[in-house]
Design a protein around this ligand. Sequence first.
Ligand SMILES: [Zn+2]
Length: 200
Amino acid sequence: MEIKETKLKFREGMEKRFKVLEYIVIHHTASTRDMTVQEIHQLHLNQGENWKGIGYHFYIDKQGIIWRGRPEEMSGSHALDYNSVSIGICLSGNFEIEKPTDNQLKSLSELLQYLKQKYGNVQVVGHRDLNATACPGKNLYSKLGSVIANSNTPKDEYVKVFMSNNKLSVVLDNGSKFTFPFTNKEELLRKLSIGLKITK
Ligand SMILES: [Zn+2]
C-alpha cells in the first residue's frame, strides 16, 4: 500500500486530534467527477476562514490511488461532533448513483488494514452512522462489511493431523475431530488431492 504525499498548505490553527482514536469514518465526494485531492483542498479552503483545508485525512480517487489529505495527527473536519476522535477517508464518487471501482475498494481495505495495525482495532463506520446524511452513499455503504472483513489481519489457525491404520484424523483448534477412512495409500492421496471437507 502506498500513500501519495501531497504537501498541501493548510491555514493556521488546526487542532490536534485526541490520542485515542475511536472511529474511522468513510465518506464520498457526492460528485461523479473524479476530483483531485488538490481540488477538494481548495474547495474546503473556499468555505471560509474557519476551514483550514481539506477536511479528510485520506482521499482515494477512482483509480484507487490513496492521497494524503490533512495530517493524521490533526483533527479533521468531516464528521460533526466526532472530528477529534476520528480519521476521515473520502472516496471519489457519488455512490448514491454510481458504484465504487474495484481498485477503490481494494485500496480502502489496504488503508484500513494499515490504520488498524497502527491504532488498534478502531471501529470503521460510514458517515451516515454518525450524522444525518446519505454519505457515503448506498452503493459504498453496502460494501463496507466486506471491505472491513478484507482489512482484518488473517488469524493463524492450526489443525492437528493423526494417522492410524486406514484412518486419517483431523483435529481443529476448537477441538472438533473429523476422521477420514481409506483403504490404501492411493485412495488417501486421491482424497487429499481433492480436499477434505470439514464442517465446523
Ligand atoms: Zn461524509
